[in-house]
Design a binder for this molecule. Sequence first.
Ligand SMILES: Cc1cc2nc3c(=O)[nH]c(=O)nc-3n(C[C@H](O)[C@H](O)[C@H](O)COP(=O)(O)OP(=O)(O)OC[C@H]3O[C@@H](n4cnc5c(N)ncnc54)[C@H](O)[C@@H]3O)c2cc1C
Length: 323
Amino acid sequence: MDILVLGDHERGTPKKITHQLLTAARGIADGAVHALLLGPDAGAHAEQLGAYGAATAYVWEHPDAQDYATEPQTAALLAAVEASGAQVVLYPGDPLLSDVVARAAVRLGAGVVTDVTDLERADDALVATKPIFGGDMTSRCQVTPGRAQFLGIKANAFADEEAGGSPADVVPLEVTVADEARRARVVEVVEAEATGRPEMTEAPIVVAGGRGLGDAEGFELIEQLADVLGGAVGASRAATDAGWYPHQHQIGQTGKTISPQLYIGAGISGAIQHRAGMQTSQTIVAINKDPEAPIFSIADLGVVGDLKQVIPALVAEVEKRGS
Ligand SMILES: Cc1cc2nc3c(=O)[nH]c(=O)nc-3n(C[C@H](O)[C@H](O)[C@H](O)COP(=O)(O)OP(=O)(O)OC[C@H]3O[C@@H](n4cnc5c(N)ncnc54)[C@H](O)[C@@H]3O)c2cc1C
């Protein structure tokens, strides 16, 4: 069974999720593992994917692959499936690549399993595990490889471990894009304001705030703590729905999944839908004034107290120790 990993990159540097997907692919493949990177600069560091087990790194850097190029990228994905002969495709469940995969799967008559958190072999088939009903239940889906089957993998569900392989064979793809596939194009890109903080799903430390902050200004405390620790800022849905912090920082079932080394949640009750996005964090610290808050049931360390007193004291202590 050959596997193709549809990877993601930032200006040519493969993202952690790409390494995680390659690591997951190695665990289940009994054939070759290949990677695909799309967009400008996709090939800049593609050969490095060999270290994570990719024999071939297909790249498509044509201007048609730029921005939210759903249709052209679908054509490239179909070309890579064809060229690699892969029977299973692993992809990160981000919005653009999910759009691309949905179109490719329909055209191939293939199946898609989203939100996969675990994969195992079962004879000639694969079993993909995914949380359902907000993490209340777990579904195990049997996937029979044949034509390409698409499996969307949750960020941080797998570790990213190098395999010590030789550089990947970088193969530029020849992709034919029909004129009608170019009908939709991005006319303006508004860059999010740079915060200097790491991306939440990639960060080793995430400090998250919830309704207990009281208002948008409360997030200044969360940002101060994140900054002294060099971490990212996250939020509960109650906080993002209230407009206190941007939605892209929402952690949980309908937000992002994180699995940092350290998660600190302040003023967050720990609803099941929030926990679905952070419960695999290595160390969980909760700050909440209610000793009965559900988040304490999964916390490694809990502080019962008013976050307006606890966080400044914590910031001062970290600064004193030079972080
Ligand atoms: C379909 C669906 C999907 C959802 N998806 C998500 C999701 O992706 N992510 C998500 O987060 N939620 C999600 N939710 C919402 C979720 O059910 C909760 O409503 C939400 O997580 C609550 O956010 P919170 O913990 O910030 O607020 P609350 O539950 O109101 O908790 C606030 C906490 O702050 C504490 N507190 C108050 N003041 C202080 C203080 N001064 N110091 C310390 N502690 C204090 C309180 O004791 C309380 O525990 C979803 C809900 C549904 C129905």
